[in-house]
Structure formats: structure tokens, C-alpha cells
Design a protein around this ligand. Structure first.
Ligand SMILES: C[S@@+](CC[C@H](N)C(=O)[O-])C[C@H]1O[C@@H](n2cnc3c(N)ncnc32)[C@H](O)[C@@H]1O
Length: 591
């Protein structure tokens, strides 16, 4: 029976049932027993009050509803899920359990007098930071201010292991509290405040690591990869099948590398305030006070007013100046907040023509001219112009290792152009099937291929590349990019990654597979079919090493043929210097 038919049948049956004499009798006797049961005095007050109120009875005081805490369902591989694992580990290391740190959230939520709230949300001095989370925040343990036998785990943004700090606790969750860093009393040996370049550092939520040497940043990211496998691939770690994690590959640019930024603003709700220009920039991370020089910089609201971004490329900073000027003049036209897209666009210049004529649309300066910067690409013998695009539907071009890639400005493309030649080479080298003879055919499958970055950059010397991608738009760009780069051996399919296995016709022993899924990783359906297909090699690139670890734990342990593989190498790539983010690349081969 179809679901629809079944529902109709069920509802007709229900009506008949409700109208039957037996049903009415049961209902009546239930109502009678409800009214006459002496134990129902409390539960049936409503009826008593409406029907039997005596003239001089005390009026009923309406009982206020208790506010409840609703825990949200969290994906274990998302930041909040990982934080919980990191907290549990910290507790274990300090001989504590979750029971020792439970916070009385219900009392805080229902505290009208602020008596309890103020006890919880307070300043605490001389707190020792114990470790760093994979989100780049410090973690510490402090005493619970109300339940004296209990402790609290506190997140200390911009706190480093061994720092002694003063903090202000401002938010409570069941198993941890959040704080602002007020002062650093004793510095961790890692802390290098002299390295900070960004005037908003220590306040902005965009970067966490500017006060670390770059070597320390790379090492911390190596640890993030190791911890992710410890948490999400315990069987692989336990059986010692994880290779030593390689050093994190550095980004050639450690500042001014981001090719896309999205400053935003909120409009005030009160009309009176519409006269005042709201801040335009990025989110503030709490209300930290530890860098006295930043107290006034960017204002004190939830959005910082940012006039330059130390991580964005030069042309994006020029675009930011242009768009801020425009915003100064036009902010009153906005009724609601909005996000402004700033995306770098690259043009290969024809040096026989004036630059202005080749730029196309882009962010304009005060005189209405499209702003641009130029770069000489000596390796490929070309001169490039960079413009800043603000229209998300405009087609932009990225230039990677001699190839050009077009895509819509609002669509996904890797965000650090400087590291892409290194990553694409690493992927290409690791896809090669060892001991291949020169004339032997070899094939490539690029799952989650986007606009074709890895397919096209790995296409040389390969017999055929098949890319699969869920976004039809990205696939049409992948096709267009293959054509414009003179690449004829790539075919792209629109669909979920597993659609690939319906039509795959390349011999598995001669095929290597690239996986580059979104943050949530691959699903079991895909991993199972991948194992069934049994390719010669797999290169798994991930912007969330935690979901990568989970997927590989499943693939290697829980799929029949996955057991024949080993992780040959595993390492991070630093796509986002000065931040906690790490891109992880795992190479798998058959044993
Ligand atoms: C991290 S991006 C990688 C894109 C490409 N490899 C690159 O480097 O430019 C992930 C891509 O997976 C696509 N995607 C998301 N879910 C998918 C699915 N179930 N099957 C296939 N592609 C998917 C997204 O549209 C996105 O283009």
C-alpha cells in the first residue's frame, strides 16, 4: 500500500473508531474518573478555578514557567562536537569527569535577581591555561563559584598553554563556560606578541595565531591532525596503522593571501539610529581587553569596523577601501544588514593593449575607475592584473600553475592562491600508480570536483579523468575550464559523488581517486562503494580533518575491501596561516 493510501485508510478508521459507542463510553468513564479522583486536585486546578471559584477565595498566582535549556544536536565532527571531546580529555588528564563540572544552567536561566548569574559571570584571576583546542582557544579549569565542590572548564580565547591570565566569565553552558581574556599575568614561552601585525588581532574572530612563530603554528596544526585521528579513528591509532604525521606544508604567503573576504553589517532597529553609520567588518570575539592598544580599535560592538584585513590580498584591501567609501554614502538606503562579497579576479594581460581596457567589471575608486594591481608571473612568462569583484554572479578567473579557472564569484574556490601550485603538485605526484610502465594507460576520478581544479591540474599524462560534482553550475564551469585550458581528456558528471559508480568504466587497477568533500566529509554509502570499486590509489583532501579521520576509520575497518588499504602518508597543508584551520591530505594505497 502506498504511504498516501495508508494514511487515508488510517484516518477513516480513526473517525469510525472515535464515533463508535465503545469509544464514547471509554472517553466518558475516563473523564468521570479524572474529575472524581482526589489525587487530581493539583493537576485539575484549571477546571476547578473556572467552574467552582468561591467569592472570597485567594486569587491564583500564575506560576511562571521555568525556562529550560535545550541542548542542540551537534555533529561530533563539527567544532562544538570536537570541543566536547577535548573537554573530556582535559578532564581525564586532571582526574575529573563531566559530573565534576556540571553548571547549574537552569538556575542561571531563571535567575531574575541576577544573584546567581552574577556569581557565575565574574572575573577570575591567575588562571593557568592548560591546553589549546583545535579551534585555537585556550582551555583551563577553575572553581565553580556556587557549588564549591565542583569545577568549571573555561574557554580562554587568545590564551596559550602555560599562560597565567585574568579572565571574565560571561556565558555558561552545561559542561563549560566562555570567557574574555582581560590580562596576561605570566606569558607562555610560545607567546610572541612582538610578531602581531594586525591592529585588530586579539579582538577579531578571524585569526587566532598571529602571536605565534610560523613554525609553532605549523606544529600546532600537525597536532590537530594527530588529535583528530586519536578522536575519530581510535581503531586505526590503536592498531598503529596511522603513519607518522608529516610536517605541515607551509603557505608561501603568511599574510595577504585570502582571495575572498565577506565583511558584513547589521542595521540598527531604531529608526533614530539610522543616521549613524553602523560598523562594517567582521565579528568581534567576545569583549577581550588584554591588548590595551586595541580597546578602541574597530569599536566595541559585535561587529568590528574593519578598514583593512591583514589576511586578504592587496587588491581585496583596495576593494575594501572602495566599498567602505560607497557604504559611507549609501548606508541609509539599507533597511537590513547585509554581507559584501570581495573576491579577487585575475586577468592575463595582453601587453600590447592598455590595462584599463582589459579589466572588465570590478570595484571602483573615487573617480569611478576599476582598481587593480599587477604581478609578473616569471615562471610562466605572463603579466597578471588583479581586480576585486563584488557581484556574486560575475564570473571571475583564478590562475593556478599556468591554468586558468573560471567560476561565479560567489561559488566555492580554494581561498589561498599562493599554496595551490604546491598542493596540486603534491596531489598529482601522489596519484601516480607506482611501477607503471610508460605506455600503460592510467585513469583518474575526481570526486567532489567543483570547477575542476584537481582534475585539470592532474590531467597531464593521464589517459582519462572523470569528475563528479553535485552542483550543475560548477560542472558547467569545469567543462568550460577544461576546454579553455586545451584539456581534452576530462569528462564531468553532475550528481552525488556515488553516482560515479553507476557509470565508471575505467579499470580499477589503473585508476586513482581524488576525494575533496565539503566539511561534513563523505558518507558511508560513498565509502562503501569506493571500497567495492577498489581503486589503485586514493588521495583524500579535507578541510575538516575530523570528518576525514572518521571516514578513513570506517573505510579501512568496516568495508570489506577497505581492509586491503593502508594510509601511506598523512599531513596538513596550511591554507590559512594565522588561523587554526588546517587542510589535511591522506594518501591511501593497496597493500
Ligand atoms: C571542498 S569543495 C572542493 C571542490 C574542488 N575539489 C576544488 O578544490 O575546487 C567540495 C565540493 O563538493 C561538492 N559537493 C558537496 N556535496 C557533494 C556530493 N554529495 N556529491 C558530489 N559533490 C558534492 C560541492 O559543491 C563542492 O564543490
Amino acid at each position: 500500500m502506498s504511504l498516501l493510501l495508508f494514511r487515508r485508510f488510517a484516518s477513516v478508521k480513526n473517525i469510525l473508531h472515535r464515533q463508535s459507542p465503545i469509544y464514547r463510553q471509554v472517553l466518558l468513564s475516563y473523564r468521570m474518573s479524572e474529575e472524581s479522583n482526589p489525587q487530581d486536585v493539583v493537576t485539575s486546578t484549571k477546571r476547578t478555578l473556572t467552574t467552582q471559584v468561591e467569592p472570597n477565595a485567594t486569587p491564583r498566582v500564575k506560576k511562571a514557567k521555568l525556562k529550560k535549556y535545550k541542548a542542540k544536536k551537534v555533529d561530533p565532527t563539527a567544532p562544538l562536537g570536537i570541543l566536547q571531546l577535548e573537554i573530556d580529555e582535559l578532564l581525564k588528564d586532571n582526574n575529573l569527569t563531566r559530573e565534576n563540572v556540571t553548571n547549574d544552567l537552569i538556575s542561571i536561566l531563571n535567575d531574575k535577581t541576577f544573584e546567581i548569574k552574577d556569581k557565575y559571570h565574574r572575573e577570575v584571576s591567575n588562571v593557568k591555561v592548560l591546553k589549546l583546542t583545535s579551534n585555537g582557544d585556550g582551555l583551563a579549569i577553575i572553581d565553580n563559584p556556587v557549588e564549591t565542590e565542583k569545577k568549571q572548564v573555561v574557554i580562554v580565547p587568545f590564551g596559550l598553554p602555560d599562560d597565567i591570565v585574568n579572565i571574565k566569565v560571561f556565558k555558561t553552558h552545561p559542561h563549560y563556560v566562555e570567557s574574555d581574556l582581560l590580562d596576561v599575568i605570566e606569558k607562555s614561552s610560545m607567546r610572541r606578541d612582538d610578531l602581531i601585525k594586525d591592529k585588530y588581532f586579539g579582538k577579531s574572530s578571524g585569526d587566532q595565531f598571529e602571536f605565534l612563530t610560523y613554525e609553532d603554528q605549523l606544529e600546532i596544526k600537525r597536532n590537530t591532525v594527530a588529535n583528530a585521528y586519536k578522536f575519530f579513528a581510535p581503531r586505526l591509532v590503536g592498531s598503529k596503522t596511522i603513519p607518522e604525521i608529516g610536517s605541515t606544508i607551509a603557505s608561501p604567503l603568511q599574510y595577504n593571501y585570502r582571495t575572498k573576504i565577506t565583511p558584513h553589517f547589521d542595521m540598527p532597529k531604531r529608526l533614530k539610529q539610522l543616521e549613524i553609520k553602523p560598523p562594517l567588518g567582521f565579528g568581534q570575539k567576545g569583549r577581550p581587553k588584554w591588548r590595551k592598544e586595541t580597546l578602541e580599535v574597530g569599536g566595541t560592538g559585535p561587529i568590528l569596523d574593519i578598514d583593512e584585513c591583514a589576511l586578504a590580498t592587496d587588491i581585496l584591501n583596495i576593494g575594501l577601501t572602495n566599498e567602505r567609501r560607497r557604504f559611507d554614502q549609501e548606508f541609509k538606503k539599507y533597511k537590513k544588514g547585509a554581507t559584501i562579497l570581495l573576491r579577487e579576479n585575475t586577468i592575463i594581460l595582453d601587453e600590447s593593449k592598455p590595462v584599463d581596457e582589459q579589466l572588465g567589471e570590478g570595484s571602483t575608486d573615487a573617480e569611478g575607475k576599476v582598481s587593480y594591481t599587477t604581478i609578473d608571473d616569471k615562471e610562466h612568462g605572463v603579466k597578471l592584473a588583479k581586480t576585486c569583484v563584488t557581484n556574486s554572479r560575475q564570473i571571475v578567473t583564478e590562475y593556478v600553475d599556468g591554468y586558468t579557472f573560471e567560476f561565479s564569484a560567489g561559488e566555492f574556490f580554494q581561498n589561498n592562491n599562493s599554496i595551490l601550485p604546491i598542493v596540486t603538485k603534491y596531489v598529482r605526484d601522489n596519484l601516480k600508480i607506482p611501477n607503471s610502465k610508460i605506455d600503460e594507460p592510467n585513469y583518474l576520478v575526481d570526486a567532489y570536483c567543483g570547477s575542476g581544479l584537481f582534475s585539470i591540474c592532474s590531467s597531464k599524462g593521464v589517459s582519462k579523468v572523470t569528475g563528479v560534482e553535485i552542483s550543475a553550475d560548477s560542472v558547467s564551469f569545469a567543462e568550460r575550464n577544461a576546454k579553455s585550458n586545451g584539456v581534452e581528456n576530462c569528462k564531468f558528471i553532475v550528481g552525488k559523488a556515488e553516482k560515479l559508480f553507476e557509470s565508471i568504466d575505467t579499470p580499477n587497477d589503473r585508476t586513482s581517486v581524488i576525494l575533496d568533500p565539503p566539511r561534513k566529509g563523505c558518507d558511508e554509502v560513498f565509502m562503501k562503494q569506493l571500497a567495492e570499486y577498489y581503486p589503485a590509489r586514493i588521495v583524500y583532501i579535507s578541510c575538516n580533518v575530523h570528518s576525514q579521520a572518521r571516514d578513513l576509520e570506517y573505510f579501512l575497518n568496516d568495508t570489506e575491501k577497505g581492509k586491503d588499504y593502508k594510509i601511506e602518508s598523512l599531513r596538513g597543508f596550511d591554507f590559512f596561516p594565522q588561523t587554526h584551520h588546517v587542510e589535511s591530505v591522506a594518501v591511501l594505497s593497496r597493500v
